[in-house]
Design a protein around this ligand. Structure first.
Ligand code: GAL
Length: 454
């Protein structure tokens, strides 16, 4: 049979290309096998947050409803759990005791053993010298210079009293405490880094006034540690923010001044430092009906003139702001004084808003615990380096009968899955990830996690 030259060329070409296809196929297959195994090897070295996302149910019997305090109803509005919350806040009730367990069950870093590195929300938490940690309404700073975490908060280690029967229960200003840690579990007392003022009654920090929710950030430009806080008088009518500054994370901090941001009243507040170094002040304003957000000046010692009103008519306070994968998130509480209420998560593409409300982030426990933010109020959300999308939600379980014996509720918070509610702008199509705070009676940071990931 006669085969044309052109036909042979064509067949050779086809053979060549099928050999090439085969080789490329082999290369592709080898690449997939390699990727599969290397990803498994890598992931076996990475700590995983999966354990933290276990849904733990709680069963406990709530007491039968008892007489309602009409004043409390007036203050908080009627609420399915109002009576139970009243009972929980009543220091003489058994319900109170079960959520404020005695010091015998304290978290104690001096003991270690099986409980080493275990967080127990609601238990007394001792520092490395065996004293109960006093850092309420607090926040945490990771300091790259000393490779340590610093926890700042209200020291309330004094008697609780009321100025008048209608007034909020209070403790005189003692100052801002600071604790340091390398593992987020065992905390060393670094002392009071901003003390209250004993004699000068005109001073913002005079013991008869109010200093709440101190937060510290580091300014890379000036090398200073800058503290912002809520400054008020005993009746909460001053409604200002205060600023203090230090060259060291452990103070002493020099108090600079207080003012009403943009001329508005400012109560619960927080500050947030973004990845680009811009910092922002968030404050509850217009008698707690809305939040305002404003960028700080480059030295973090003041606010700029820019300001946005957000979550208008939502009555939110206790803001805790954080960022995941380029999206900004915030947890807030409703305004009900020391009494717990349901938290809400919010999200935004820009810090300045608009902010959209996603819903109640609490998962597990039971309905009562979810409707009371596990009997606590937000104060800060701490990113866990090396675990993208995983955070520690920090909250206070206030004990208005004896504020110095309030407790800390720290729980894992993760971002992922679809938000179950998107109430403001998404027209029913949630475009955000869900923010979840998982209830655990006892939990630990994932195996292998350490601050070396910072
Ligand atoms: C809460 C606020 C606390 C404290 C308390 C006083 O609403 O979040 O920081 O100010 O009121 O009653």
């Amino acid at each position: 049979m006669k085969v044309s030259k052109g036909g042979t060329k064509m067949r050779n070409k086809q053979r060549k290309s099928s050999v090439l296809n085969f080789v490329w196929g082999l290369v592709g297959f080898a690449l997939i096998v390699w990727l599969f195994f290397t990803s498994r090897i890598n992931s076996s070295h990475q700590p995983s947050a999966k354990e933290l996302e276990k849904v733990e149910e709680e069963e406990f019997r709530l007491p039968p409803p008892h007489k309602v305090n009409p004043r409390a109803v007036k203050r908080r509005g009627s609420h399915k759990y109002s009576k139970v919350i009243d009972e929980y806040l009543d220091a003489s009730s058994a319900l109170h005791d079960s959520f404020f367990p005695s010091e015998t069950s304290a978290i104690n870093p001096q003991k270690g053993g099986n409980d080493s590195m275990s967080f127990y929300p609601g238990r007394v938490w001792l520092d490395t010298s065996g004293n109960a940690i006093q850092a309420y309404g607090g926040g945490i700073l990771y300091d790259h210079k000393t490779s340590k975490y610093y926890w700042y908060g209200e020291n309330r280690d004094g008697p609780t009293y009321q100025v008048h029967p209608e007034g909020a229960r209070r403790v005189d200003i003692i100052g801002v405490s600071c604790y340091s840690s390398e593992d987020l579990w065992s905390w060393t007392n670094e002392g009071i880094v901003l003390p209250g003022e004993r004699t000068d009654i005109t001073h913002d920090l005079h013991e008869s006034k109010v200093l709440e929710r101190p937060k510290v950030i580091y300014n890379d430009g000036t090398g200073q540690y800058v503290m912002w806080m809520h400054i008020d008088d005993a009746n909460y009518t001053r409604a200002s923010v205060g600023v203090a500054v230090s060259d060291s994370p452990t103070g002493p901090f020099s108090y600079l001044y207080s003012f009403r941001p943009h001329g508005f009243d400012s109560r619960d507040m927080t500050i947030f430092k973004d990845d680009d170094g811009t910092a922002y002040l968030f404050y509850a304003s217009r008698v707690n009906t809305e939040l305002h957000v404003s960028p700080l000046t480059n030295d973090y010692l003041n606010i700029t003139s820019a300001m946005r009103r957000i979550l208008i008519r939502r009555f939110r306070e206790a803001p805790a702001v954080f960022k995941a994968k380029g999206t900004y998130y915030m947890i807030t509480s409703r305004c009900s004084g020391w009494a717990p209420n349901p938290a809400l998560a919010h999200a935004a593409h820009s810090v300045m808003g608009p902010w959209e409300t996603l819903g109640n982030p609490c998962v597990g426990g039971n309905e009562f615990l979810r409707m009371t933010t596990f009997l606590s109020q937000s104060t800060f959300v701490l990113p866990l380096p090396g675990l993208p999308g995983t955070f520690i939600f920090m909250a206070d379980r206030w004990n208005p009968a004896d504020l110095r014996d309030s407790r800390y509720v720290w729980l894992p918070l993760t971002i992922g899955g679809l938000a179950d509610e998107a109430q403001d702008y998404s027209f029913g199509f949630p475009s955000w990830s869900r923010v979840s705070i998982y209830w655990h009676r006892k939990w630990r940071l994932p195996e292998g996690w350490s601050r070396r990931y910072t």
